[in-house]
Design a protein around this ligand. Structure first.
Ligand code: HEC
Length: 306
């Protein structure tokens, strides 16, 4: 079947198959690499941010709460108000909301998702509560990562357990009567109490937008496929032109010429200038024509020789 096709069709079929194989390999390999890169990029962002937020918590706990405010006002009251700035969870949230005001971070999220939170906005939703349960059931688990889809697109999240490691946390989170009166005035006495030492009360979860990064990877892949396709089209056009000029058209001419010769038109030589294989063939057929001519002449002069 393939053998019966014209040279040009054969060449284009071969080119097309090579192109398809390369596109397929490119698809498998490149999309894998780009996908991994994109994943690494969002992971790196999330990782840096979660470390920064943990540092903010530590700073507030050690330097703001114990180091400054508690010394100035043991009841953690400033101007008759609860000193919120002494609370690690508060400062972490405020720092992050400042970050979110910058355009490029507006769709990043940070939450200290807690099963029984002091501040109700920190209440874990179903998805986050599941993550907390996993940490509670498996104490070796130090991190959970994954993707979560929301209406605005895909988010990549890193979650770490929030564990009560120090007795000092329990001043405000065990029973309302131990907590500063001003805290109760601000946050009430219903939520964020009854926590135990070493209990995992929630998860610190950071989410970074992933859709854009993955779109970028897909765009890059399309661009590579586009460049490859354009390269193949240019190569195909050049090869087709070359095939036509150097092989097909001389061969077509030669077959017309030999048809003429076979019907007795022995006047013209076959003309082909380039010194390539077709040129060699042309020289041979011209010699063949001369021999044929000589044989015919001999035949004409000596008719009874046959
Ligand atoms: C001075 C009292 C106080 C101390 C000490 C304190 N917290 Fe809190 N904590 C609060 C208050 C008040 C909030 C709510 C702050 C807000 O987000 O407005 C809070 C919020 C949190 C949250 C976020 C979830 C929630 O309840 O809203 C976590 C988690 C948390 N604290 C853990 C800890 C840990 C761990 C420690 C010890 C390192 C600690 N806290 C020490 C008072 C305290």
């Amino acid at each position: 079947m393939f053998q019966n096709l014209k040279l040009g069709v054969k060449l284009n079929l071969i080119l097309l198959s090579v192109f398809l194989v390369i596109i397929l390999l490119n698809g498998l390999l490149l999309s894998n690499v780009l996908q991994k890169n994109a994943e690494q990029e969002v992971k790196d962002k999330a990782l840096v941010l979660i470390e920064v937020m943990t540092s903010v918590r530590e700073y507030t706990s050690k330097q703001v709460n114990e180091g400054t405010i508690k010394k100035l006002s043991p009841a953690l009251e400033i101007d008759g108000q609860f000193a919120k700035t002494s609370v690690p969870g508060y400062s972490a949230r405020e720092v992050f909301s400042n970050l979110q005001k910058r355009d490029q971070y507006s769709d990043f999220f940070y939450k200290e998702a807690t099963l029984n939170p002091t501040y109700i906005r920190d209440k874990a939703d179903k998805f986050e509560a599941n993550i907390v349960e996993n940490f509670r059931e498996n104490s070796d688990l130090k991190e959970q990562v994954g993707f979560r889809s929301i209406s605005a697109g895909d988010l990549f999240y890193i979650a770490r357990p929030l564990q009560i490691k120090s007795e000092s946390c329990l001043v405000c989170h065990s029973t309302p009567d131990r907590a500063p009166a001003s805290q109760i005035k601000t946050y009430g006495d219903q939520n964020g109490f009854g926590w135990q030492l070493n209990e995992i009360v929630g998860t610190q979860i950071i989410s970074v937008p992933a859709s854009k990064v993955f779109e970028e990877a897909r765009r890059l892949q399309l661009l590579v496929v586009g460049i490859l396709a354009a390269g193949f089209i240019v190569a195909a056009v050049i090869l087709n032109l070359f095939l036509k000029v150097s092989i097909i058209s001389p061969i077509t001419k030669m077959s017309k010429w030999s048809r003429d010769v076979s019907t007795g038109d022995l006047d013209a030589d076959f003309e082909h200038k380039p010194n390539d294989e077709i040129g060699v063939l042309a020289a041979s057929v011209n010699r063949l024509k001369v021999s044929l001519e000589m044989a015919m002449n001999m035949l004409k002069q000596n008719p009874d020789h046959s």
